[in-house]
Ligand binder design. Structure first.
Ligand code: HEM
Length: 419
């Protein structure tokens, strides 16, 4: 074993995979290294036609959509509607280099094989630099030299421990897929499982002599974070199940089969339409109805003054007097009696809904020589709590009021008496 950390460098794609390790099909395994051409050729050594970048860029229309992935040119025009990731993402990449986006999604082997059928040529070597991006470098730091046997024994031990632990903890809840993912998903940067190291830390697992070094809390946290991140990224990716021979359609073409993150096949597809009436489960409706509020009591304006009497007498004294009042849910209608020789007398009602912060004068209509009527629309109960008013008459002799002996006529919202 050596104390000096050694650094292993591998050239790879954006997601850290190498062309070899991803199992790419012919089209996608070409990698980034463009062949150095002595002369400008019209086709690649593999008999693929070369396209100039400008030519490809032009193929970005509703008629045709070409994209570049790893310097291969793909005509995806006919695939747009079929693309499980949607038409839009392909259109966005049309006429340009889609390598990074393609790899970021983590397309399955099936997807890569499908793509191979769409290759129509290669990007001309002279144009490759124009789309080239800095190549990511995967740096793996090894704190210790591991002997060849420890390199496989440690992961094996870790996977074993994870598996037995998960079986113990979850009592069969994570039987098949769960255990695999558990062992794989929680692998630390050095190829050793976090689960294994946590067990080691908590003394649930005896360190194997010479194989496991002591672990610090910071190291453990960093590993757990990295493992969590890796797990989230894995979960995000939709994976198609491996195409089996029974699924091969006409002409031996593989079909894509969708699966959820647990590997279960897609059972049904529901197309939502904006015209679809939402289907609310019965249980939800019942609960909703039971929670509905009881009907609110009807609120109306209720007079807060004694019954109107002696209108004749009051009219003689005050020249004007409220004679009758009729209140409904929507209006307050009143009748006014006057005592004046002025046939041009003007009768009105001054009222307020906001405690006289402001007021309105509304004219009363003449019903007969001495009688007038008025109507005030009732304000909604949530906008006012009371209505106050007084009756006014203007004659050649002056102004006269009936204001309920200086108190005004007041009505307040209250419950209506139901019969
Ligand atoms: C010839 C090119 C392509 C082929 C044949 C292809 C094929 C597929 C297939 C079969 C899937 C289903 C999942 C899988 O099996 O991996 C898929 C999903 C997807 N593809 Fe592509 N694809 C292509 C290019 C692209 C490009 C260039 C982008 C991005 C710009 C893209 C974005 C996506 C996305 C977002 C999903 C959905 C992934 C998810 O649901 O998590 N694809 N594609």
């Amino acid at each position: 074993m050596s104390d000096t950390p050694s650094v292993k460098l591998e050239h790879g794609f954006a997601d850290g995979t190498t062309a070899q390790s991803t199992g790419l099909s012919a089209g996608l395994s070409a990698g980034h290294t463009a062949p150095v051409m002595e002369e400008k050729e019209q086709s690649s050594p593999g008999e693929l036609r070369y396209f100039r970048l400008s030519e490809i860029e032009e193929k970005n229309s509703f008629k045709s959509t070409w994209i570049i992935i790893h310097n291969k040119v793909y005509d995806v025009t006919r695939f747009l509607e079929e693309h499980p990731g949607g038409e839009e993402v392909l259109r966005e990449q049309a006429g340009g280099d889609a390598t990074e986006s393609f790899e970021d999604v983590g397309h399955s082997t099936d997807a890569r094989e499908m793509a191979a059928d769409m290759i129509i040529g290669e990007l001309h070597p002279d144009d490759r630099e124009k789309i080239a991006k800095p190549v990511d470098t995967l740096v793996t730091t090894l704190h210790e030299e591991q002997s060849s046997w420890s390199q496989w024994l440690i992961p094996l031990l870790a996977a074993g421990v994870c598996q037995s632990r998960i079986h113990k903890d979850h009592k069969g809840r994570e039987r098949s897929t769960g255990t695999c993912r558990g062992a794989q998903g929680c692998r630390g940067p050095q190829g050793r499982s976090v689960e294994h190291r946590r067990l080691q830390k908590s003394n649930m697992l005896d360190p194997v002599d010479g194989l496991l070094e002591p672990v610090s809390d910071e190291e453990l946290d960093a590993e757990q974070d990295a493992a969590r991140l890796r797990f989230m990224r894995e979960r995000r990716r939709a994976r198609s199940l491996p195409a089996c021979t029974a699924l091969l359609g006409d002409g031996g073409r593989k079909r894509v089969q969708f699966a959820d993150t647990l590997g279960l096949s897609l059972a049904d597809v529901k197309h939502f339409s904006t015209t679809d009436a939402p289907l609310v489960p019965h249980a939800v409706l019942t609960r909703h109805r039971s929670l509905q509020r009881a009907p609110q009591p009807l609120l109306v304006l209720v007079p807060c003054f004694p019954e109107i009497v002696d209108a004749q007498q009051r009219a003689q004294v005050q020249r004007v007097a409220l004679e009758k009042l009729h209140v409904t849910q929507f209006e307050v209608r009143g009748q006014v009696l006057t005592c004046t020789e002025d046939m041009d007398a003007h009768v009105s009602v001054r009222y307020t809904f906001n405690e006289w912060l402001s007021h309105v004068d509304t004219p009363a209509a003449r019903l007969s020589d001495r009688c007038f009527s008025f109507s005030v629309l009732a304000p909604p109960p949530w906008s006012a709590s009371a209505l106050h008013f007084a009756v006014h008459m203007r004659t050649v002799d002056g102004d006269f009021w009936d204001n309920n002996s200086g108190e005004n006529y007041s009505l307040r919202y209250g419950r209506a008496h139901r019969d």
